[in-house]
Design a protein. Sequence first.
Length: 175
Amino acid sequence: MKIAYADPPYIGFADRYPEGRGVDHLELFARLERGYDGWALSTNVPALKATLALAPEGVRIAAWVQPFSNYALNCDPLYGWEPVIYRPAKRPNRKGNRPRDWILAHKPLRRETVMMGQKSSEFAFWIFELTHAAPGDVFADLYPGSGAVGRAWTRWELSKRMQRVLPIGSAIGEP
């Protein structure tokens, strides 16, 4: 299956990113729908209404809740969460733990952050679970920025493959 993640410049915030001008969110949603089995798209609270107006029918909304929020002038209350619009891939007889439609996870620590808006590995792993990704799927990060989500995919996929080879809790050499 093909899975995608998109973190484009948010509607109304394009001027903050060099690549922000010219992002057509309607075309982006069409690209996600026709090219991928499962996908997720990040936005922010101020842009959520406008972004959802362009989204295809049947999408879901999840929340990345952040324990610490940046201080922002003229923002009361502070936004402590980030919306994620997504469509999970259809997989028959899904086994194992199913993800919640929210996660409580920190942003990357300042010393780890290369770019504004960079996502943490914990967030990326959650996105992979939300979209029903599986080892062997083709993954595309449509706005790779720092490359953090792509690197997280490599680690996540390896960890899932290792769980199949050696189930968690088993000892090496155990029958």
